[in-house]
Write a protein that binds this ligand. Structure first.
Ligand SMILES: [Zn+2]
Length: 477
């Protein structure tokens, strides 16, 4: 017997979008059928007339309960899962991937994972998993634990090719040197894992900070010239060359420049397992936006770029080349977000998870002719495939978790503060949308229904992952 039957919706399945009915039994999708074909006796009927029913969103890149490094004299942390995942629930995201940092001094990857998991347990409205971040001048002994971490369900390893933040004031760095990145690839690739790379050229970025200070060009509106297009080009190309030598699969986070997209497209054309992510604010804004009163709300490292880069990102999202749309979620108060104004003290990070699916639908499907199938891919399916959650997550198919978002295409609205449920601002206030998520279902439980929160922080569950070998061998999505 089915618990829920969803009728009259336009349902986005891996085989295409159509007028299917969905049957849910317990936490899973039990059947996808023709209209009128599923047994209704005893089931709750949910009418999705006029709505698009898409797989629950997967945000592959978030930093919740994360130390804020922008103002080392005023230490603080980003909002935790108990706050931010409320926005995810409202915005149709049912799974997020956060990070476990392994820094010098941490001698057990598993221990670091357990510590992070304890922070999430009972505190997340939606399901979650973790990437492992390797940073700093890590003891080589730590790398020996990589195969064991992959076997335990943590097959993605994040590295930074740059310290990201400026040399003044001094901070703990995130960068892993290229020797160690290669060493990580050596361990990760044969064990069935994937590298997640923040690619910027360290020499160039740090030199640019020094040069801009020397020239007195301290205005934060110059960030796109410090975290430059050339820097992305150099780091992406160097990383692809290294990955090719090590037979490693690579996922580039927050691709911001045409040069980054071109590098990914070229590597994929060569048959390499290389994948690209971008962020919705990189696609929707360019560096001119920094000069507006709240422009730094949309800053995330590397930086907003130029109109030609936005065009390349949209092309990558709508057609091919980029695999995912993420947030680099980094929720803070508006005051903290706008505290700095110079290239040395602007606060990076973004609060965007609640808006992610709505913006992708409105800007992608409505404005740029993105197909519904492609919308599902960039917001959910591809992240599930690349990070080893597919087909349990990211697909509307029999046997998959019943994670669903209903999008109402008839919504026409200019977003205001009241449309959001996390912190005291959204960078998307004032943005006009066509279409918005209205109902979210997590593993068969309706957690948001027509704007009412029905779920709680005890709903989210930790996920372990295993990546399909095909994803690691060639461009698989
Ligand atoms: Zn990030």
């Amino acid at each position: 017997m089915l618990d829920i039957v969803i009728v009259n919706g336009q349902v986005v399945t891996p085989q295409g979008a159509g007028a299917w009915e969905l049957g849910i039994q317990g936490e899973r999708i039990a059947a996808v059928g023709l209209p009128g074909s599923l047994p209704r006796d005893g089931a709750r009927l949910i009418d999705a007339a006029g709505l698009v029913v898409s797989p629950g969103g997967i945000d592959p890149h978030t930093h919740l309960a994360h130390a804020i490094m922008s103002h080392p004299d005023q230490p603080s942390v980003t909002l935790g899962p108990e706050d931010d995942t409320r926005g995810m629930a409202y915005g149709g995201t049912t799974t997020h991937l956060d990070f476990v940092y392994v820094r010098p001094g941490v001698d057990s990857i598993q221990g670091a994972i357990e510590q992070r998991a304890a922070r999430w347990k009972g505190n997340s409205h939606v399901d979650y998993a973790y990437h492992v971040t390797l940073c700093g001048s890590l003891d080589l002994k730590v790398f020996e634990q990589i195969p064991e971490a992959i076997r335990a369900g943590y097959p993605s390893f994040k590295v930074f090719t740059t310290n990201v933040l400026p040399p003044h004031p001094g901070r703990q760095g995130n960068r892993l040197d290229f020797g160690r990145i290669g060493f990580a690839m050596e361990k990760v690739a044969p064990a069935g894992g994937l590298m997640v790379v923040h690619g910027e050229d360290e020499d160039l970025v740090q030199f640019n900070y020094e040069r801009f200070r020397h020239e007195g060009r301290m205005d934060g509106a110059n960030l796109h010239l410090v975290h430059s297009k050339l820097s992305e080009l150099l780091a992406f190309r160097r990383t692809v060359a290294l990955a090719r030598a090590m037979d490693a699969a690579v996922y580039f986070v927050h691709t911001s420049a045409k040069e980054g997209v071109d590098t990914i497209v070229e590597a994929r054309a060569d048959g390499l397992p290389v994948y690209g992510e971008t962020l919705h604010q990189y696609a929707c804004f360019n560096a001119e936006h920094y000069r507006t009163p709240r422009g730094f709300c949309s800053h995330t490292y590397p930086s907003l770029k130029f109109p030609e880069d936005q065009a390349a990102l949209w092309h990558g999202l709508v057609r091919d080349g980029l695999a995912t749309l993420a947030t680099d979620e980094y929720p803070t108060s508006l005051e903290l977000k706008l505290r700095g104004r110079t290239i040395e003290d602007v606060t990076g990070g973004n609060v965007g998870a609640e808006a992610r699916l709505g913006i992708a639908y409105s800007e992608g499907v409505v404005k740029r002719g993105m197909t519904l199938e492609r919308f599902a891919e960039i917001t959910a399916t591809n992240a599930a495939r690349i990070f080893g959650l597919y087909p349990r997550k990211g697909a509307i198919a029999a046997g998959s978790d019943a994670d669903l978002v209903f999008i109402d295409p008839s919504v026409r609205s200019t977003l205001t503060r009241d449309d959001f449920h996390v912190t005291d601002y959204s960078p998307w206030e004032g943005w006009t949308v066509s279409g918005w998520p209205v109902t979210t279902i997590l593993r068969g439980k309706v957690i948001v229904e027509r704007g009412r929160l029905l779920g709680s922080t005890s709903d989210g569950r930790q996920l372990t992952r295993a990546i399909d070998p095909v994803v690691l061998r060639r461009p698989a999505c």
